[in-house]
Design a protein around this ligand. Structure first.
Ligand SMILES: C[S@@+](CC[C@H](N)C(=O)[O-])C[C@H]1O[C@@H](n2cnc3c(N)ncnc32)[C@H](O)[C@@H]1O
Length: 249
């Protein structure tokens, strides 16, 4: 494979898959808490707030949201190991996908509830890969990209591609970083996988608008920041300030 951003990501995250959860669980759990608090912001009609069906915390510390499985179809693009969502996942790294599916199996979830597929919707030479072409991969109510957009060569193209997989009126949210200094862990292998140093509100709004789906855009700044242990210069901790962007199609 050519040495593209996509292939660098695939290689790097294949190497990271087995240690990713342990390394980032604390950080991701902070982000999950932010997401859980913003159920209304995402679109409350798809969340069952029945007290018999409260979100549960699993033995591994992850959260299983209460979702009406019959009516909600959720796409997690660049899903990684599945820390953020329970749904249909797509990721370029086969090892991240394997971890995602192992997590689902360990939780006793059915394939219809949580399953990931290896794939890439962002290759301009093959924008509609045959392996992601059947009905499983279309007509989603909600699509999310959690901490993936800064790894994409062309995030505008990504927004268009993922929007095409939503049903009319579906919701798209991106969780990523606000603009920051370039990656300061120059020795770190991840530096070659990062293409964007955060996204401003204006930048994300433009991405959604250019994709023809800017209606109902909102951004929430998630506050003081989350810490990525050991990802900074010379193995120091790295702090990033995340934001949460949502729009309706
Ligand atoms: C920082 S991880 C985030 C994983 C997960 N969403 C989370 O929040 O833990 C970035 C993910 O993006 C995936 N990725 C990078 N480029 C991609 C592409 N072109 N298509 C699909 N996934 C991609 C990587 O394999 C990796 O799993």
């Amino acid at each position: 494979m050519a040495d593209t951003t996509a292939s660098k990501n695939q290689k790097y995250f294949n190497e990271q898959a087995s240690s990713y959860d342990t390394k980032h669980e604390k950080t991701i759990n902070q982000l999950i808490a932010h997401i859980q608090k913003r159920k209304d912001f995402i679109g409350a009609q798809w969340v069952v707030d029945d007290s018999d069906d409260e979100p549960t915390t699993e033995a591994d510390g992850s959260h299983k949201p209460s979702v009406d499985k019959d009516s909600v179809r959720f796409l997690d693009y660049a899903c990684g190991t599945g820390l953020v969502t329970r749904c249909v996942g797509i990721d370029i790294s086969e090892n991240m996908v394997a971890s995602y599916n192992a997590r689902a199996e360990n939780q006793g979830l059915e394939k219809e509830e949580m399953y990931a597929y290896q794939g890439n919707l962002l290759n301009k030479n093959d924008p509609n890969p045959a392996s992601l072409s059947d009905a499983t991969f279309f007509n989603f109510d909600v699509a999310a990209v959690g901490l993936g957009a800064h790894h994409f060569e062309d995030p505008d193209f990504a927004v268009r591609q993922i929007t095409a997989r939503l049903r009319p009126g579906g919701v798209f949210f991106i969780l990523d970083f606000l603009p920051h200094e370039p990656f300061d862990g120059h020795q770190h292998k991840a530096v070659h996988t990062v293409t964007h140093h955060g996204f401003s509100e204006e930048r994300v709004r433009d991405m959604f608008t250019r994709a023809g789906v800017g209606k109902g855009f909102e951004l929430q700044d998630l506050g003081s920041g989350v810490v990525f242990a050991g990802m900074g210069k010379d193995g120091s901790d790295m702090k990033r300030r995340p934001s949460f962007n949502r729009k309706n199609t």
